[in-house]
Write a protein that binds this ligand. Structure first.
Ligand code: 5GP
Length: 212
């Protein structure tokens, strides 16, 4: 029999949350555990944190470079978050999606809205909530990567950000990291199996039926 010709469109798999809810850790773990999944590395005008590497965590660019990329239409979506600019490079994401590979995005609600406007059918979005405000604050302080002022600014924005949960396909409360990772992977795998994402099913089934 000829090779199976049912293929699948790639999924844009978005994780959003207020900062400190654990989304980046979840994204990194899911990425390690799942095949066929790539991360979209964003551009940002924010300064790199000590642990961050250029080209791996972000592409760290100047405001001028950012503006140029916006004008050239190089971003799939872009937004200002906490006084810095962020954008998702279009080229790499399109390459993966065309090849039937999935892409995970760690972006905010503004970016998610833009992706939904342009490619709703390819988008699966998850909003991650912290179990409590105290835990959120502890995680923000505990990661020891931002100044007190930045932590305070992010805490005061958390309520605004959390108000966007109803715009997402799924909501997970991140009380236990292992369970959250399991839930995110379950969602990804169920979405991968959706009939509407499969291409070539009609001819595949016709071929099956013609052999009877
Ligand atoms: P951080 O500065 O802590 O890495 O990220 C701050 C916020 O910006 C997070 O909510 C993160 O998801 C969001 N973010 C990171 N990259 C992008 C991007 O390319 N586009 C948008 N819209 N948000 C982003």
């Amino acid at each position: 029999m000829s090779p199976i010709s049912v293929k699948r469109r790639g999924i844009m798999f978005v994780l959003s949350s207020p900062s400190g809810a654990g989304k980046t850790t979840v994204a990194q773990e899911v990425l390690k555990q799942e095949k066929n999944l790539n991360i979209s590395v964003s551009c940002t005008t924010r300064k790199a944190r000590p642990s961050e590497r250029d080209g791996i965590d972000y592409y760290f660019i100047s405001e001028n470079q950012y503006k140029e990329k916006v004008n050239e239409g190089e971003f799939l979506e872009h937004a200002e978050v906490f006084g810095n600019y962020y954008g998702t490079p279009k080229f790499v994401v399109e390459k993966y999606l065309d090849a039937g590979q999935d892409v995970i995005f760690d972006i905010d609600w503004q970016g998610t809205q833009q992706l939904a406007e342009n490619a709703r059918d390819d988008l699966v979005s998850i909003f991650i909530l912290p179990p409590s405000i105290e835990v959120l604050e502890k995680r923000l302080i505990g990661r020891n990567q931002d100044t007190d002022e930045v932590v305070n600014r992010r805490m005061s924005k958390a309520s605004d950000e959390m108000s966007h949960w109803p715009e997402y396909d799924y909501v997970i409360i991140n009380e236990n990291l292992e369970e959250t990772i399991f839930d995110v992977r379950s969602i990804l795998n169920a979405e991968r199996l959706k009939r509407l994402r499969l291409k070539g099913l009609v001819s595949f089934v016709n071929k099956l039926r013609s052999k009877q």
